[in-house]
Design a protein around this ligand. Structure first.
Ligand code: GCW
Length: 707
């Protein structure tokens, strides 16, 4: 028998605690998840009375009414109705005040607001039990209102609500990989939420609820279409559609951006070329930008995937990425920003794929215009369950760089089971680049983008728990110093329950869930082992794709003797792209963190691990822990039935059951393949592999979503 992991033991204790906890007082009615973390569950009668003066429609306003202020008041009103169930208080005690109007109300100013970035707010307790929300701008008042609602939603009371909060990063952005036909690339929650067909005449009410959800966590920018972009989305009819969205989202503080196809001047402009140094091409983009700004004065700018995975780009004309980006930046001028993606690698280039982006971009530092941002994925490969941070962070000090994270779980189980991603993002944000700070410090002056996981599913994200990833992304972009714990606790209290025992049980389940996926899909630094095309399920055996670096075998390099990618001096030397202090940490397999072991090292199956086990036995043990943890999570969730409404409880139970099956499948298929290479036995006590390798290899999923 496997011994339980620390996590499994913790979950077992929590199950016992939850079982012993009191049953909830209020009856639980079915919920479908549409309201996300903004469901505003009723407070206890006592708490409702106490909170009543601070919520509801009777808020005192010091400042002009504006569309954004009206939203703040509406949100407080709605939260009051739903949380207290009472009529607004006859003695409201909440004041919303623009900083320049404080004096007129006789309130002291808040020095912390001086020089604070847009959207900052302060919440203070002032005379006679009043709570005062102050900000320089209306958006700060809206964010402050959401913060107050969140605080009451999480804790049940206004006590302790005082806060000063300023966004750590100016750009807190979602990137939608949504196509105009409604299909979402790497989307696992149904079709696109953007109804391009019916826009601009018809506005789906979801567009408002979407903006509310974003604003409630501080997200302030949205790229509405896939980076694999269609040229026609820059045609006038699409600009009209985009304008409708921009107008709808403006009061929520959300700016719209578009992915632009670099070849648009040829595709839709009738020009013979898209060469960035061609005057007619530059003029075409300039006119296009003018046309967009005439409709959308606060249009954010263009996101561009160029010369990557078959997309057109400046290199088609022998020009550099900087030439391409700067030409577009000139077209936008001071009005907007070009966000240029660093996700490039070439079929013709046989350099280690993880090294190509650095090789391409690092020499271009200093060459980008002021209104160009380079958007860099968290790791040098592609949103794997775990990667070391991207070596470009810190390597381009003269260039504006932002982080690109993936909220949709392309490589982490898609929309099944549970994988709470805050720990993944925190790992990257906290990584010390050895070149002027942590990743968080390096991107803070610019921002963070997350590839969205929203879709037409009623609960928005496919599984209920994937909404936590949307939430966590926004919260971390606002404040990367928040812990995964804190964010999980907030989200759970608002989404499921404020009751301490079940809430803590859920938080514990969430916290280890990404690590569980790492364990059963890509332990010890392995990566890119998934099925071809749809990226669903295990396929480490694949080795015959047209491009070598699309093959799992390219990444694991396993044979009869060993496994792993040698990225040290004896191999690709990708380590050299990191600051020496960082590279040194990973250079020696004896001391390297085991989580990156096979990312940087090719080792014999018999290599002795710190645990005393051989590498092979350690791999088996890790896969098995992953499987065990999915089982513990499913059991933990079952025990929560009395505390969760039946509809969502059943949905999550199904998700976790699917994940348990998938974990076994990953474990069995992977082990079976590794074993076929070296014929070593499974360690004593490990469960036998139920099927033959051929049976795992024969599974196909032509209908898998998101391709
Ligand atoms: O993660 C990979 C995905 C592609 C995606 C690409 C990218 C939008 O498999 O679907 O294309 O990365 O980030 O450009």
């Amino acid at each position: 028998m496997m011994r339980g992991t620390g996590l499994v033991n913790r979950l077992a204790m929590l199950i016992a605690a939850v079982g012993a906890a009191m049953f909830p007082l209020a009856p639980l009615h079915a919920e479908d998840g549409y309201d996300l973390w903004l469901r505003h569950a009723p407070l206890s009668a006592v708490d409702a009375q106490a909170a009543r003066p601070y919520l509801g429609r009777g808020v005192q306003l010091l400042g002009e009414m504006s569309p954004t202020v009206k939203l703040a008041l509406d949100e407080l009103g709605q939260a009051g109705e739903r949380m207290t169930g009472l009529e607004p208080s006859p003695h409201p005690a909440l004041v919303l005040a623009r900083a320049d109007r404080l004096e007129s109300g006789g309130y002291p100013s808040d020095p912390r607001l001086a020089g604070a970035p847009p959207g900052s707010y302060s919440i203070r307790a002032v005379r006679s039990g009043r709570i005062l929300i102050t900000a320089h701008d209306d958006l700060g008042l809206l964010y402050g209102a959401f913060a107050l609602i969140r605080h009451i939603g999480v804790t049940g009371t206004v006590a302790g609500v005082e806060a000063f909060s300023a966004p750590a990063m100016p750009l807190r952005m979602l990137n939608h990989w949504d196509n105009p036909d409604g299909h979402v690339e790497r989307g696992y929650a149904g079709r696109s939420i953007f109804d391009w067909w019916h826009l601009p005449e018809k506005l789906d009410p979801r567009m408002i609820d979407y903006a509310r959800a974003n604003a409630s966590v501080g997200i302030n920018a949205v790229v509405v279409n896939n980076v694999n972009a269609r040229g026609f989305m820059l045609e006038p009819r699409y600009i009209a559609k985009l304008k409708r969205l921009a107008d709808t989202w403006r009061p929520y503080g959300i700016r719209v951006f578009m992915s632009a196809r670099f070849s648009a001047p040829r595709d839709i402009g009738g020009l013979p070329t898209a060469d960035p140094l061609d005057a007619a091409v530059a003029a075409w983009w300039r006119a296009k930008a003018d046309e967009i700004y005439a409709s959308i004065p606060d249009f954010g700018g263009f996101l561009v995937k160029a010369n990557s995975e078959g997309q057109p780009g400046p290199q088609d004309y022998g020009r550099s990425h900087a030439d391409g980006a700067n030409m577009l930046a000139a077209a936008l001028g001071t009005r907007g920003t070009v966000i240029w993606r660093a996700f490039v690698y070439k079929a013709e280039d046989d350099t280690d794929r993880t090294m190509q982006a650095y090789a391409e971009f690092a020499p271009l530092d200093r060459q980008f215009a002021d209104n160009v941002i380079l958007q860099i994925k968290n790791g040098p490969l592609d949103f794997q369950p775990r990667e070391p941070f991207h070596p470009l962070f810190g390597a381009m000090p003269k260039t504006k760089v932002m982080l690109e994270a993936q909220i949709t779980r392309e490589y982490l189980g898609q929309a099944t089971g549970m994988a709470y991603l805050a720990p993944l993002w925190k790992e990257v944000l906290a990584a010390d680049t050895g070149r002027g700070g942590t990743v968080a410090q390096i991107v803070a002056p610019v921002g963070m983008a997350g590839v969205a996981n929203t879709g037409s599913d009623r609960n928005w994200t496919g599984t209920h728990f994937d909404a936590a990833n949307w939430y966590a992304f926004g919260r971390l972009a606002w404040n990367p110093a928040l812990t995964s714990d804190q964010i999980a606790r907030e989200w759970t209290a608002q989404t499921f329950t404020r009751a301490a025992a079940p809430r803590e049980a859920i938080v514990q389940m969430m916290l280890g869930s990404r690590e569980t996926v790492v364990k059963y899909t890509s332990p010890l630094g392995l990566a890119h082992l998934m099925g071809t095309g749809h990226h669903y399920g295990p396929a480490p055996w694949v080795c015959d794709l047209e491009r070598p670096d699309w093959n799992p075998c390219y990444y694991h390099r396993a044979d009869a003797q060993g496994i792993g990618f040698d990225r040290t001096t004896t191999g690709s030397n990708a380590l050299a792209q990191y600051a020496p202090a960082v590279a040194n940490q990973w250079a020696d397999p004896a001391t390297a963190n085991p989580r990156y072991l096979l990312w940087f090292h090719h080792l014999p199956w018999t290599h002795r691990m710190a645990s005393g086990r051989t590498l092979w036995d350690e791999l088996v043990t890790t896969y098995d822990q992953g499987v065990l943890e999915t089982e513990a999570r499913a059991q933990g969730w079952a025990a929560l039935a009395p505390h969760i409404d039946p509809e969502r409880h059943a949905a999550v139970a199904t998700d976790l059951a699917i994940q348990r099956t998938e974990a076994r499948w990953w474990r069995n298929a992977s082990l079976s393949f590794w074993q076929s290479l070296h014929s070593l036995p499974l360690p004593a006590g490990a469960a036998p592999i139920p099927e033959r390798l051929e049976a795992y290899q024969a599974r196909t999923f032509p209908e898998a979503p998101g391709q």
